[in-house]
Structure formats: structure tokens, C-alpha cells
Design a protein around this ligand. Structure first.
Ligand code: HAM
Length: 434
């Protein structure tokens, strides 16, 4: 009986795996231009980390975590996001005391949330994220948004809208929560069960509710902006003025609170419209946090970060024809025809690989036609043909598959032939792009 993949998971291979690698390369390279260095944290952590870090009132902690006891009875959780793990790693390794501040890390890997699977929503999905910690300047927040907009621009997504909101500090949020609790009290019995729980736990979360009936009530709720103090207003002003000066297309969204409890001050999300009525869902999001590092046992250092959802980015690039053309799987497809030539063919293959070219060989007995089909499927620019006659003379045939031209090349000249061919190709490509 076939074993099915667990619900909400997906296998990555072929064009999608290549697409993910392309995304990862663009996001990673640009992160390094912005001074971020790589960090990898464990895929599972003590459950306590997320309960404290992400917060007890978040949907993630309330109902979406993959939590299990290990053999010694410790409660572990598959990471439902990346930020808390990075904070834990900073504390565990005392990075705040050893390295220059701000600490700047990027990460990439699988994230697990027990959600109802749908388009663009999985139970195991990939995030590319980054965090900058130890510098409370509003320009660090802007830097993270600029990174995101620049990255999305490189990927060809120039119509992204950045939604932003300012949640203020703990005092402001407490006062706002209180006002929301009071506002919702007469309505809450008509609202969804989730909202009823949120009303108890953290009424800010109600603003996230997607149910139409509830949204009508939410629309008239007090807004956080009316609760900000002078200092918070000034900070927010620096952010918006700087975004303006960079021509960033942003919208202030009073209901944007984000699904994780650690945020304070600035929060943001990147959205792309699919058409008049539909949105692709947030391609990424993030914000500022002031207490998170302390919450997990570190010093009081503020941070800002974001994470992109790779599945959503891939989907958007695919649907908009923005993925790069698939690269050749191999530079040379070695075609061995005949029994006597296999040994020579295999050592030529190895020589080609060791000289820095991607190469593949057939080791079965196939017709020429079938071999050329194979080379074509691998998008090989060159086929290297070797049969018993060639072995006798220590030569091979090299065929340029696009031009359908063929030359005889001595064994000892194979690599210099490839070098010349690929130098010429690189020159042509550069010429075409110029
Ligand atoms: P988040 O908004 O929960 O933020 O997730 C970031 C992105 O992950 C979302 O915008 C979305 O693209 C993607 N995503 C979320 N859930 C799913 C899912 N079930 N399936 C597919 N993609 C999904 C965070 O996780 C924060 N840690 C970001 C951050 C970093 N804030 C500060 N630093």
C-alpha cells in the first residue's frame, strides 16, 4: 500500500526545487549586501521558547504547534517561526556580549504550523528571514523594509504594497487593549468563538479576524494611532518620512497587528494584488520587538526582522512568468555507444567533472536517437560521443546541439575545447544582455 505524504506537506523537486534555490540565492546574496550573516538554529526547540517568545495569545501557540514529548518527557516543538530560535541562540551563545552590535543574521529553512492547508498555506513551509538586534534606531526598521522591497524588485515584483502600522510600546498597547476590550464587550456574544477567546486573552488579536460579520464590528473599533504618545509619533514619523524619501509604496493599515505577540512599535507586511479583488496573501511580514530577547533570558536589546514565505513567493513568480529559464542540467552529455568504449567514456566523464563542468553519461545500450532525446531533456548544450572507433584513435566527437555542428577532438584537447566553447558562450550571453 502506498504511503501518502503527511497532510499539508509537499515534496520539492524539478522546476520548483530550482525555483526555490533561485529565490534563496537572490534573498541570501542581497542580505549579505545589507550586512547580514547566516545563522542556522535547530528545527525543534523547547516548547517553552515559543510559548514565551511567540506568546500565549497567538493562534500559533494556541492551536498550530507541532508539540511532542521526547523520550525523557521533555516537551519539544517543531519551530512555528524563526525569530524566537534566533533569540535563543543569541542568548545560549552570548552573542550579544561577543559580537559587534547590531547583530544581523539571516536564516532559511522549514517552518511548521498546524493550519488548514489551502493554496499558499502549508503545514510545513519554508521561510527566508532576517533579524537585526541591538540597535533601536527607526532607520534599522526602514533598512529591513528597504531590503525586502529591493529583494522583491530584483525578483521582478515591482507592484508590492507595504502595509505598515505602529503598535507603540507596552504601556500604549495596554491602554489600547483596554479600550478594545471595552468596545467589543457589548458585541462579543455575536462574534466568532475565536474572537470570544481573543477578547479574554488579547483583544488586539480580534483585529486579525477574517470573518465578514465580525469585520463590520471591527471597522468601527478604536484605532491604535489615537493612543500613541509623542515619542512614538515622532518615531513613526521618521519611518514614514524615510519611506517617502525612498519612494516606497506603503499604506498605513490600522488593523495590521500581525499574528505574533512579540511585536511592539512598527509592524509591516508585503502584499501583492492578484487582480481587482484578490490578494496573494502576505508574501512576507515582520516588525520591531523590544522585549523578546529579554523574554528568553537575554539583555534588553530591541530588534527588527522579517520573514518571506518561499511557497508564496514561488507561486507569485510562477504565475507572473518571472522565474528564470531553467538552466542546463549538464554542460556536456557523454554518449557512450558500444561496449569497448565504456571505460574510456567513464574516465573522460570524470575528467570533465573534475575540470569544473557538469556532465552526465548513459550507461545503458540505447539508440542514438534515444540518447539525443536524453541530452535534450537535460538541456545539454554539448554532446560528447565516444564509440569503439573513437577509442581506437583516442578521439571523441563533440556536437553543438543548438547549431547541429560536430567536430572531432583528441582526448587531450577535450578540456581546452570545453573551456573555449564556454568562454565564447559567456561572451555571447554578456553581449546579448548589454
Ligand atoms: P509570519 O507573518 O508569521 O512572520 O510569517 C512570514 C511569512 O511566512 C508570511 O508572510 C507568509 O508568506 C509565510 N507563511 C506563514 N504561514 C504560512 C503557511 N502556513 N504556509 C505557507 N507560508 C506561510 C513570522 O514568522 C515572523 N517570524 C517574521 C519576523 C521575523 N518578524 C520579526 N522577525
Amino acid at each position: 500500500m502506498a504511503i501518502h505524504p503527511p497532510k499539508g506537506t509537499h515534496d520539492l523537486y524539478g522546476a520548483e526545487a530550482e525555483g526555490f534555490r533561485y529565490l534563496e540565492e537572490v534573498l541570501m546574496t542581497l542580505a549579505e549586501f545589507y550586512g547580514f550573516t547566516p545563522m542556522r538554529t535547530p528545527i525543534f526547540e523547547a516548547t517553552e521558547l515559543f510559548a514565551r517568545g511567540v506568546g500565549a495569545s497567538s493562534d500559533i501557540v494556541r492551536k498550530e504547534m507541532f508539540t511532542f514529548p521526547d523520550k525523557a518527557g521533555r516537551s519539544l516543538t517543531l519551530r512555528p517561526e524563526g525569530t524566537a530560535g534566533v533569540m535563543r541562540a543569541i542568548v545560549s551563545n552570548k552573542l550579544h556580549a561577543q559580537a559587534e552590535l547590531p547583530l544581523k543574521y539571516y536564516y532559511y529553512g522549514p517552518i511548521f504550523r498546524y493550519e488548514r492547508p489551502q493554496r499558499g498555506r502549508y503545514r510545513e513551509f519554508y521561510q527566508f528571514g532576517l533579524e537585526t538586534i541591538g540597535d533601536a534606531s527607526p532607520y534599522r526598521d526602514v533598512e529591513v523594509i528597504l531590503y525586502a522591497i529591493t529583494a522583491l524588485g530584483y525578483l521582478g515584483l515591482n507592484n508590492v504594497v507595504t502595509k505598515i502600522n505602529f503598535l507603540g510600546g507596552a504601556k500604549t498597547r495596554d491602554a489600547y487593549r483596554q479600550a478594545l476590550r471595552e468596545y467589543f464587550t457589548p458585541h462579543i456574544h455575536h462574534m466568532c468563538r475565536d474572537c470570544q477567546e481573543r477578547h479574554q486573552l488579547n483583544p488586539l488579536r480580534i483585529l486579525d479576524c477574517k470573518i465578514d460579520e465580525d469585520r463590520k464590528i471591527i471597522e468601527k473599533a478604536p484605532i491604535i494611532n489615537d493612543f500613541l504618545n509623542e515619542e512614538e509619533r515622532a518615531y513613526f514619523k521618521v519611518v514614514t518620512t524615510t519611506l517617502d524619501s525612498f519612494g516606497i509604496n506603503y499604506q498605513i493599515d490600522d488593523n495590521l497587528v500581525r499574528g505574533l505577540d512579540y511585536y511592539s512599535d512598527l509592524v509591516f507586511e508585503f502584499h501583492l494584488r492578484k487582480n481587482e479583488t484578490e490578494d496573494y496573501g502576505a508574501l512576507g511580514g515582520g516588525g520591531h520587538y523590544t522585549e523578546l530577547l529579554q523574554e528568553v533570558g537575554g539583555p534588553a536589546l530591541a530588534g527588527t526582522g522579517l520573514a518571506f514565505g518561499m511557497e508564496r513567493l514561488y507561486l507569485v513568480l510562477k504565475e507572473n512568468g518571472l522565474l528564470p529559464a531553467p538552466a542546463p542540467e549538464v554542460d556536456v552529455f557523454v554518449m557512450n555507444v558500444g561496449k569497448a568504449s565504456v571505460e574510456d567514456a567513464f574516465s573522460i566523464l570524470t575528467l570533465i567533472r573534475n575540470s569544473g563542468y557538469k556532465a552526465e553519461i548513459n550507461l545503458d545500450d540505447r539508440s542514438f536517437k534515444a540518447l539525443f532525446k536524453r541530452a535534450e531533456r537535460k538541456r545539454a548544450p554539448l554532446a560528447l560521443i565516444i564509440g569503439d572507433d573513437e577509442v581506437k584513435e583516442n578521439v571523441v566527437q563533440i556536437k553543438d546541439l543548438a547549431k547541429a555542428t560536430q567536430v572531432t577532438v583528441a582526448y587531450e584537447d577535450i578540456i581546452s575545447y570545453l573551456d573555449e566553447f564556454y568562454t565564447r558562450e559567456a561572451g555571447d550571453d554578456a553581449g546579448e544582455k548589454a
